[in-house]
Write a protein that binds this ligand. Structure first.
Ligand SMILES: Cc1ncc(COP(=O)(O)O)c(C=O)c1O
Length: 434
């Protein structure tokens, strides 16, 4: 039994040598084989969570759709798994759209997102035949209409609304409030104008509304008022053609042993009840429910492994332990103060008796992965594992300080496969022109 049982992938165990293992694979051996930093995903966990969403939606909102938000992690192997599990995919850029198509997603199961889609991205989506474009603003409606008209097509659209509710989460990942760069606010009837524009266009088929309230949510009570606002809006615009309601993603995961996120089942039941109750109480026919989980599918399945390089005890201050990655592979702590709880993968059963500051190798004082890491006494060469790094980790990775982005390995039932090779220094300068 590990202290971080709820944070590590469910398959995590400790071997007789005291090594942390995931998916039946010894992480110490994987780090030796592939080098560090290394991101390891438990394929069984990815599939199980994707399936849990699909089955919960089938139970609580028959006919509904689960759309994986690929921004969480858009590696091709991941997208292939999500596709095989029967989910749709949210692509928030031309790059994510390209990845979804390359992974083999049927275009009709792709939803194009983004608050500033350009003509190239919209053109690529139309040419591919994506199922849904989630439109974000009036300029985009005009652009989409022009591009669809040029192709003689009719594109199905949802309108992204900010319902003006504020979830309980970090302000950087709250999106449902009116003061947001995303979507049409209800204020000043901007959303009404959006619906009118979409309905007017012979090249757009308005199918409903979308609202993503925020990310890393544990308190799901926000979905009830949000659904009420959306239902009121549907009544105001005339609900006949509001056949789909996409309530976004947002289910949180445990990053620390103290975190207690709701289950997939509770999340889906809550959003379905919130939308159904809001629609029913207004005498409206129930819409098709769509949800867009990202973090909840990718997050817990992934861990990142780092090698400890230097340990610096500063008398009367603190101990710094430096690892061979940092903000270039895991930006969340620096971006919005995300907290992680590490463990030592090569001594996973050792007691955490010391507190150290786990820092990256980048030239920024803010390159702190874990401000107060409770760990056994560290030694140079130890392998530190940061659990729950599967979402918004490698998908936000950069080459800061010329750092090659990490390799990614999938494990399952005792077998491992490299799904993304480590970048080389040649990769880093490959686009430069002398
Ligand atoms: C429109 C939209 N849908 C879904 C998501 C996924 O959110 P999460 O990873 O919290 O489930 C996001 C995240 O930013 C988003 O912006």
């Amino acid at each position: 039994m590990l202290a971080l049982d709820q944070v590590l992938p469910p398959s995590a165990t400790v071997t007789s040598e005291g090594h942390l293992a995931v998916g039946g694979c010894d992480l110490v051996e994987l780090a030796e084989e592939h080098g560090t930093p290394l991101v390891v995903y438990d394929e069984g966990a990815l599939r199980a969570t994707a399936r849990a969403f699909r089955e919960a939606v089938a139970r609580h909102a028959p006919g509904g759709e689960v759309v994986y938000a690929s921004k969480a992690y858009f590696g091709l192997a991941m997208l292939r798994i999500v596709c095989e599990e029967g989910l749709s995919v949210d692509a928030a850029s031309g790059g994510e759209l390209y990845a979804a198509l390359r992974a083999g997603f049927p275009p009709e199961r792709i939803h194009l997102h983004g608050n500033n889609k350009d003509a190239g991205e919209i053109g690529a989506a139309l040419d591919a035949g994506v199922g849904t474009v989630v439109v974000d603003n009036l300029d985009e409606i005009a652009l989409l209409e022009r591009e669809a008209a040029r192709r003689g097509m009719v594109q199905r659209v949802l309108l992204r609304i900010t319902p003006g509710v504020r979830p309980s989460t970090h302000s950087h990942i709250a999106t449902g409030q009116s003061d947001s760069k995303f979507g049409f606010p209800l204020a000043a009837r901007m959303a009404h104008a959006g619906v009118e524009a979409a309905r007017r266009s012979p090249h757009l088929a308005f199918e409903g509304i979308h609202a993503h309230l925020g990310s890393q949510l544990f308190d799901l009570s926000v979905f009830r008022p949000a659904a009420q606002v959306l239902a009121d809006f549907a009544v105001e615009i005339g609900a006949e053609d509001v056949t789909t309601v996409d309530i976004g993603g947002g289910l949180g995961i445990a990053y620390t042993a103290a975190d207690r996120p709701p289950s997939v089942e509770t999340f889906v039941e809550t959003i379905a009840e919130a939308v159904h109750e809001a629609w029913r109480s207004r005498g409206l026919p129930l819409p098709r429910l769509v949800t867009e989980p990202g973090r909840a599918i990718a997050g817990r399945a992934g861990v990142t492994l780092y090698r400890v390089g230097g340990i610096k005890p500063i008398e009367g201050v603190r101990v710094y332990a430096s690892v061979d990655g940092g903000m270039s592979d895991l930006l969340r702590p620096m971006l919005y103060g995300a907290v992680y709880e590490p463990l030592v993968a090569n001594r996973a059963d050792a007691e955490p008796t010391e507190v150290v500051r786990l820092v990256g190798k980048h030239c920024e004082s803010s390159d702190v992965l874990v401000g107060e890491a409770h760990l056994p006494p560290l030694e140079v060469g130890d392998l530190v594992c940061l659990p729950a790094t599967g979402a918004y980790g490698v998908s936000m990775a950069s080459n800061y300080n010329g750092q090659p982005r990490p390799a990614v390995v999938f494990v399952d039932n005792g077998a491992s496969r490299l799904v993304t090779r480590r970048e080389t220094y040649a990769d880093i300068v490959a686009r430069d022109v002398l």
